[in-house]
Ligand binder design. Structure first.
Ligand code: ASP
Length: 617
């Protein structure tokens, strides 16, 4: 028998028991005529004591780091206890041992604070996975998986597998394709999501479906994306948006409770996409803190570059008036956006200079940043004193709801860039002011997304979510009765399609989109109109999605669903920014598996079998 117990299991009450353990050698420490070895397995570390009698055997068969051994001995109380580990009160007085396998010297230390850099750890991921830090992440991932399955099972959902070798399911990325040997010249696409299958399952009557499933998207890997990633993919029939929101905030709350012990009893907040864009500058706002943006210009108009109308909650002309002066930078700018950072009025010159440099970084791309210090004595001090009297500064402060002690940051420039910069600056200030506590979790539903987005390159509309998302009922007529063609690209915002809203929703957690979905189109006619709106000819629509259009003719029920980014959800719950830490075998930023060295070339024979000729530039 290799083992009677694990290395994480033994305690004082087992003293005098004879045990057999197996595991990996973490460290070997020789003290005169005795040797201590830390033995590690998935469950913990146990100290082994090799007494004098065993030294000659050890000398003949020395133990090295990561050797796999099995030992038999007696549990005894340690004289020198280690309070850092659960087994720290005991040790094993070894009577006999056997080396099961030797190990080469590992390329990095298998410890929490390893000396291995990212690349080497990825190359030897199987060794990295032995580290506690990584193991904890995979345990958390499994806990999230279990919690999700339990909840969905209780709610009557069925896990149904869908195929990987399919035809394109568009989610806005390129497909990964797989050549078919048996059908020369033809290719499967790997699913970007099981979207069409889950809709077909609704047609088949499986009214509550879920799957924790791999999705494949060939996109340029912006930071922390993976070409294959996992979704908790769900679909329900006979539901309206409200049913979905309730069901799936229930899922996330259940996961919070099961995995983190958190009772999320507060109401999950909701906002519209327009409001989110307006107040936070992006559609996945982190609402753990305030510091909303104040748009000091064009308060009563639509955004210049995006399909956003100002919600009625904004204060309108008061802000506009506050800006009046002959300050050309503000006057000439398309937009001026202010953020009131709480209790920062005493920022030093060095601190404000640092913020100026921060907004000038190429990723942010602003030319500068203006300040107004709202001093605690009620006076104001500003980098734009020259152009704004004390009263004007007070008016601006009032327009952005700044309090005494706040520091107002002002960004001016082209609308889209300035809004994005303001959104980033808000997050950065939130970070600097420790307002983004990783142990605090704040959920938000973002609703009422636009149905279409304008694709400049092709001068046409694309689906913002995917082509199966339904328009708001009140917007269906606008979609059906208007020609999708955009006559004047510069004025695409004036096209009626720009204002059509979708029955779509995203769930946001701490500033990350963790899930998104929609109520679907379920009538063939409307789906055909949708494909046409996206510039697809009827023949193309039939070729690509004939199966779905066909299915809609056989009694498709109203349905809708959502998918959660499983890797991302795990990383947020684990307090990490990186999803790679929560994936057993991740790819690097160029989509490579450096351990397998994949992708890699294939030999000519295989190419011939697949009827493929390479045409490498
Ligand atoms: N298939 C969608 C996605 O992957 C989710 C959904 O609409 O349910 O984003």
């Amino acid at each position: 028998m290799y083992r009677t117990h694990t290395c994480g299991e033994l305690r004082l009450n087992q003293v005098s028991t004879s045990v057999t353990l197996a595991g990996w050698v973490q460290t070997v420490r020789k003290f005169g005529s005795i040797t201590f070895v830390d033995l590690r397995d998935r469950y913990g570390i146990t100290q082994l004591l090799f007494g004098e009698a065993l030294q000659p055997v050890l000398d003949a068969q020395p133990l090295g780091r990561e050797y796999v051994i099995t030992v038999t001995g007696t549990v005894q109380e340690r004289s020198n206890k280690n309070t850092q580990i659960p087994t720290g009160d005991i040790e094993i007085a070894v009577e006999e041992f056997k080396i099961l396998n030797k190990s080469a010297v590992p390329p990095f230390t298998i410890t929490d604070d390893t000396d291995g850099g990212d690349d080497i750890r990825m190359k030897y991921r199987y060794l990295d996975l032995r580290r506690n830090a990584v193991k904890k992440n995979l345990e958390l991932r499994y806990a999230v998986n279990r919690a999700a399955r339990n909840y969905l099972h209780e709610q009557g959902f069925m896990d149904i597998e869908t195929p990987f070798l399919i035809k394109s399911t568009p989610e806005g990325a390129r497909d990964f394709v797989v050549p078919s040997r048996m059908n020369a010249g033809e290719f499967y696409a790997l699913p970007q999501s099981p979207q069409t299958f889950k809709q077909l399952l609704m047609v088949s009557g499986y009214d509550r479906y879920y799957q924790i499933v791999k999705c494949f998207r060939d996109e340029d890997l912006r930071a922390d994306r993976q070409p294959e990633f996992t979704q908790i993919d769900c679909e329900m029939a006979f539901v309206e948006q409200e049913d979905i929101l309730q069901m799936f905030e229930g899922l996330i709350k259940h996961i919070f409770k099961a995995v983190k012990g958190i009772d999320y009893t507060e109401k999950v907040e909701r906002t519209t996409w327009e409001e989110a864009m307006w107040m936070y500058g992006n559609d996945k706002p982190d609402i753990r803190f305030g510091m909303q943006l104040t748009n000091l210009k064009f308060p009563q108009h639509t955004f210049v570059n995006k399909q956003v109308a100002v919600p009625s909650t904004t204060k309108g002309n008061a802000e506009h008036a506050a800006l009046e002066s002959d300050f050309a930078v503000f006057n000439d700018a398309e937009t001026v956006i202010a953020i009131a950072a709480p209790n920062c009025s005493e920022y030093t010159r060095k601190q404000t200079d640092e913020l100026v440099e921060w907004v000038k970084r190429p990723q942010i791309g602003m030319k500068g940043l203006a300040f107004i210090k709202c001093n605690t004595d009620g006076s104001f001090k500003s980098s734009i004193d020259k152009f704004y009297s004390e009263e004007k500064l007070a008016a601006i402060a009032q327009a952005c709801g700044a309090q005494k002690g706040d520091l107002i940051l002002l960004l001016a420039g082209a609308e889209e860039r300035t809004r994005k910069a303001a959104s980033e600056l808000r997050l950065e200030m939130g970070k600097r002011l420790n307002l983004r506590n990783p142990n605090e979790f704040k959920l938000l539903w973002v609703l009422d997304f636009p149905l279409f987005e304008y694709a400049e390159d092709d001068n046409r509309w694309v689906a913002r979510h995917h082509p199966f998302t339904s328009p708001k009922p009140s917007d269906i007529a606008t979609m059906i009765n208007n020609n999708p063609a955009i006559e004047n690209a510069a004025k695409y915002l004036e096209h009626p399609y720009a204002n059509i809203k979708a029955n779509a929703y995203d769930m946001v957690l701490n500033g990350n989109e963790i899930g998104g979905g929609s109520i679907r189109i379920f009538q063939r006619e409307l789906q055909e109109k949708m494909f046409a709106a996206l510039g697809m000819s009827p023949e193309e629509a039939l070729h690509k999605f004939g199966f779905l259009l066909g299915a809609f003719e056989y009694g498709a029920p109203p349905h809708g669903g959502i998918a959660f980014g499983f890797d991302r959800l795990c990383s947020i719950l684990g307090g990490s920014e990186s999803i790679r830490d929560f994936i057993a075998f991740p790819k690097n930023n160029s989509g490579r598996d450096v351990m397998l060295d994949a992708p890699s070339s294939i030999d000519d024979k295989q190419l011939t079998e697949l009827s493929i000729k390479l045409n490498l530039a």
